[in-house]
Ligand binder design. Structure first.
Ligand code: NAP
Length: 335
């Protein structure tokens, strides 16, 4: 019997948060494979804030998802049929599978790669996947973190932020402060993730608390959220302080114009630097970074958590967890 592929496609461009009008679940027959192709049964989807950006008709680092197209996303699956020299049945592979039950891997496009061996898939997709490489490259390459730095990270209890703080600890930061929403997330940072202090941005004045915690200023601020929290960090920059722009999640669902930082003048006063990056720029370094992260994982130096949501039909709800703060750790959908 022919296989059926369930897919989530983009029906309407969202205004604000993604809702039931944005996507549609469709069923289509799976096409016969051509030579050089393999059929991948998707097991897990990586739910990333950038997916929300791809749904907008706006320029980005990748083109927008077209209306009627499958929602673009990273995923991991098992090869179940193959007419390929590169992929054999039973292989577990990772790539841009999209929100669907079956994806096609193609020899010519080299579209899927294998996962690190001996690691559970959700863990590999978190600290050893895009998330871990983002944290590593952003902190150590873009931010050029040095031993003794005072490091502050926003979105600190999330997948990327929690890795950033722990890598900063491993690499000898003198103080690591996380900014997160709510007392439970803040307690998690200080009690389990090795942060020295945490600021609940929903409860208190962030700039004032940063000033108290970093009397000599912030050497490296890793920004996942943008907006007022970025401004609070800029106001507390140390001389030669560096700001790494990883994400700006506070603006991803904005319906009004997103304003830039008001306190950028601090970069002039403090001879500071602010630089953005996209993890794709570090693809060539991926194996080397993964290997170092895998070593820390094996030594128990890198804690991680995965927030797993079951069912393709719940992918939209899983995505929205990132914007409501309903997640702690890496959000994945298990199919
Ligand atoms: P995540 O941190 O696991 O989840 C997102 C978190 O953002 C939420 O848990 C929530 O935590 C926080 N948040 C949501 N709305 C907020 C708001 N208005 N103000 C402050 N915090 C808010 O997600 P992730 O996948 O690790 O991504 C984190 C950031 O990294 C995102 O900005 C993403 O775009 C960026 N990123 C960039 C790259 C790159 O190549 N540059 C690659 C991967 C990810 P609270 O409960 O604490 O509010």
């Amino acid at each position: 019997m022919a296989r059926v592929n369930r897919q989530v496609i983009l029906r309407n461009r969202p205004v604000g948060m993604v809702d039931s009008q944005t996507t549609e679940l469709k069923e289509i027959p799976v096409d016969e494979l051509s030579d050089g192709q393999a059929l991948v049964k998707v097991l897990y989807l990586s739910i990333d804030p950038t997916i929300r950006g791809w749904m907008d008709d706006a320029p980005g680092y990748l083109p927008p998802i077209g209306i009627g197209e499958v929602i673009r996303a990273g995923g991991v699956g098992e090869v179940v049929e193959s007419k390929s020299d590169r992929y054999k049945v039973g292989d577990i592979v990772s790539g841009l599978t999209g929100w669907q039950e079956y994806a096609v891997a193609d020899d010519a496009m080299g579209s899927m790669s294998s996962l690190p061996e001996g690691i559970e898939i959700p863990v590999a997709m978190n600290v050893l996947g895009t998330t871990g490489v983002t944290a590593y490259a952003g902190l150590l390459e873009v931010g050029a973190m040095k031993e003794g730095d005072v490091v502050v990270v926003s979105g600190a209890a999330g997948a990327t932020g929690s890795s950033v703080g722990q890598i900063a600890r491993i690499k000898g930061a003198s103080k690591i402060i996380g900014i997160a929403g709510g007392p439970e997330k803040c307690a998690l940072l200080t009690d389990e993730m090795g942060f020295d202090a945490a600021i609940d941005y929903k409860a208190g004045h962030v700039a004032r608390q940063l000033h108290e915690l970093c009397p000599n200023g912030i050497d490296l601020y890793f920004d996942n959220v943008g907006g007022e929290i970025l401004d609070a960090a800029l106001a507390n920059l140390a001389m030669k302080g560096r700001v790494v722009l990883c994400g700006a999640i506070s603006g991803y669902n904005a319906t009004d114009e997103v304003k830039g930082p008001a306190n950028y003048f601090s970069l002039i006063i403090n001879r500071g630097r602010m630089e953005g990056f996209i993890v794709l720029d570090y693809m060539a370094r991926w194996p080397e970074i993964q290997a170092e992260m895998a070593g820390w994982l094996a030594e128990g130096k890198l804690k991680h958590s995965e927030h797993i949501v079951d069912g393709l039909e719940n992918a939209v709800d899983a995505l929205n967890l990132l914007f409501t703060g309903g997640n702690t750790g890496k959000v994945l959908v298990r199919l």
